[in-house]
Design a protein around this ligand. Structure first.
Ligand SMILES: Nc1nc2c(c(=O)[nH]1)N[C@H]1C(S)=C(S)[C@@H](COP(=O)(O)O)O[C@H]1N2
Ligand SMILES: [Mo]
Length: 269
């Protein structure tokens, strides 16, 4: 465990370093790239997003790391403890509790938004699709890591089935758990990733953890694994995935619950 914590601190400080260094050192390199980024037309939402500092980090990491880079995968012997539950670990929402009481027989994953064929998939339909199993390390922004074995449906297969419309830019994940109860209203967890990460071969919607059904504390019945980003980019308790062309009009407008509370939209590791 101690060794893993050192690793995760290293990863996080390296990330901070990248954030700082990219602004100055790679500025010339990145503007040199612009000429080849024909989709970044002036005035586009993506362009203005990329022009703020967070966007620069995103672009620098993509540029340095490569869009197809795989996250490291480990062996069974590297799994030293159960996946540490974090954030919401037992949703107290009535709709979630009702679904759980029936062992998720009535649960569906809705796929909606900018798709040709909206879907409503049962747990059984998902588990009957081709699956991927991977042993990867989860890094939480709080400074801990865990290696675990995840099994799930590649998100790319679901996107192909739904047929993504060309104007779609992001996948938005909607969750069943209320993470914040405040005077201004209850807030459910949500998040977004771009279509590069959504179609990455290690991006799965996981229903299995360490060879068993995904436990409630880790996001049953279905949670995202996006292995090149930090833990907060992997929503648990999924109910809906929505293809969108932007996220400015949802929640605080920054693309996710933790992003609305100050974390970077691109939580690269
Ligand atoms: N729906 C939902 N998803 C979530 C969270 C949450 O509170 N609710 N917490 C996030 C954070 S910060 C982390 S580190 C991981 C924790 O996943 P785990 O409980 O399987 O370790 O889930 C992420 N996804
Ligand atoms: Mo986290």
């Amino acid at each position: 465990m101690a060794k893993l914590e050192i690793n995760s601190n290293f990863q996080i400080s390296r990330r901070k370093f990248l954030t700082g260094a990219s602004v100055g050192a790679s500025g010339i390199m990145l503007s040199g790239c612009d000429a080849f980024d024909s989709h970044l037309s002036i005035g586009s939402g993506l362009r203005s997003f990329l022009e703020n500092a967070n966007g620069l980090t995103y672009r620098a990491q993509r540029f340095l790391a490569g869009r197809d880079r795989l996250a490291p995968e480990f062996s069974e012997a590297d799994i030293r403890q159960p996946q540490r539950p974090n954030g919401v670990t037992s949703p107290d929402d009535d709709d979630y509790k009702a679904l759980l009481a029936n062992n998720f027989a009535d649960w569906r994953l809705e796929v909606s938004g900018l798709v040709e064929k909206p879907l409503s998939l049962s747990h059984e339909q998902l588990t009957n699709m081709p699956s991927r199993t991977q042993i990867t390390r989860h890094d939480c922004v709080e400074g801990w890591s865990c290696i675990a074995k995840w099994t799930g449906t590649p998100l790319s297969l679901i996107l192909d089935q739904a047929v993504v419309k060309p104007q779609a830019r992001y996948v938005m994940f909607h969750c069943l758990d209320t993470i914040d109860r405040s005077l201004s209203g209850d807030i459910k967890y949500y998040g977004t990733i771009d279509l590069i990460d959504a179609r990455h071969p290690q991006t799965i919607l996981a229903y299995g953890l360490n060879g068993k059904p995904l436990p409630v504390e880790n996001g049953a019945p279905l949670r995202v694994r996006v292995e090149r980003q930090l833990g907060y980019k992997m929503p648990k308790y999924l109910s809906k995935i929505e293809l969108v062309d932007g996220f400015a009009d949802v929640g605080g407008g920054r693309g996710g619950y933790w992003e609305d509370n100050g974390y970077d939209w691109y939580g690269g590791i």
